[in-house]
Design a protein around this ligand. Structure first.
Ligand code: DGY
Length: 324
């Protein structure tokens, strides 16, 4: 494509060299120079003269912004699998195409789910603290006893790609596995040994470890609440690699403080990066700064997939990952 034929895209963040080179070979790139989160008016200004917008899950593409985007912008390509940061109804109403980046981050995020399941079940933060504080006195038969996966039942809330990959990675650990989802899958989709539980409350009541894999948004806001946590067996563990909004923080913190739950492993938080600081004071919470997809392989894959979507749409073809 000649330089003059290239469409123009607005890009809100800095990406890897490989992704930026690929973007520059296909588009005139109007890129925000600093790598920090942009608010609505700054995004609208960046989009001046652009045909499309490439954003991340850190940018809120709400109704007000969609209404303020220059009419030349016809596509918002998100460098994320989740799209709860985009007002999909407003995008539909304005005839704006929205795309995401599924598949390419499935392995990376499933690895972090496994890491959190192990870290929270085997009390990694408390153990690390004992080492770092120099307070490790001696080995003891009852020191830092955790939950063994081969003796546990893991319940997946949601059974999309990342949950299914997490289940397949966990299979060799020998845990019993079950899931709740809006619909049941054929057994071959879930590996045959992950049982469907039709009632979400039953999943909580019968799972020692709950791993959350539903999308964020109005439908799942506060799904993990005090009533459901109370149903879990004593010592239960909650792991969240999906979205902070799915968990009611007050309820989770109360359940951890009271000793009803044994631990939590969290990669995502309500209001991140300014998350509820009470989690800091709970030694049984193992926390990560939203790094589910943070591998070079996954992040390049996300960048290339977003570029594929922009290229297809701006060349008049159907983008592979159209959400709306
Ligand atoms: C996603 O892709 O949704 C991840 O949470 C990163 O934004």
């Amino acid at each position: 494509m000649s330089e003059t034929d290239k469409p123009t895209i607005a890009v809100t963040r800095r990406f890897s060299k490989d992704v930026e080179q690929r973007l520059e070979s296909s588009f005139h790139v109007k890129q925000f120079a600093d790598d920090r989160q942009l608010e609505g008016p700054a995004i609208a200004a960046l989009c001046d003269g652009a045909d499309g917008l490439l954003c991340c899950s850190t940018e809120r593409i709400d109704k007000a912004l969609i209404e303020n985007l220059p009419p030349s912008v016809k596509i918002v390509a998100s460098y994320s699998v989740g799209f709860d940061h985009i007002d999909i109804a407003a995008a539909r109403q304005h005839g704006l195409c929205v795309t995401n980046t599924p598949d390419v981050l499935t392995d990376a995020t499933a690895e972090i789910a496994v890491l959190l399941i192990l870290a929270a079940s085997r009390r990694a933060r408390e153990s690390q603290h004992l080492i770092e504080s120099g307070k490790w006195g001696r080995w003891s038969p009852t020191l830092l006893l955790g939950m063994q996966l081969s003796a546990a039942r893991i319940g997946f809330v949601g059974m999309g790609r990342i949950a299914r990959r997490t289940a397949s990675m966990l299979r060799p650990f020998g845990a019993k596995m079950q899931y709740w989802n809006r619909r049941a899958y054929d057994a071959d989709m879930t590996g045959g040994d992950v049982e469907f539980v039709a009632d979400l409350n039953d999943l909580f009541a019968t799972s020692d470890i709950i791993s959350i894999h539903v999308p964020g948004g109005a439908d799942t806001n506060g799904l993990v609440n005090a009533e459901r946590l109370a149903l879990m067996p004593k010592g239960g563990v909650i792991v969240n690699t999906a979205r902070g909004s799915v968990v009611d923080d007050d309820a989770l913190i109360d359940a951890l403080k009271s000793g009803h739950l044994g631990g939590a492993g969290l990669d995502v938080f309500n209001g991140e990066p300014a998350f509820d600081q009470r989690y800091h004071d709970l030694p049984n919470v193992f926390m990560l700064p939203h790094i589910g997809s943070a591998t070079t392989t996954a992040r390049n894959g996300m960048g290339f997939r977003a570029t594929d979507n922009l290229e297809a749409f701006l060349a008049g073809r159907e983008p592979p990952d159209r959400v709306v």
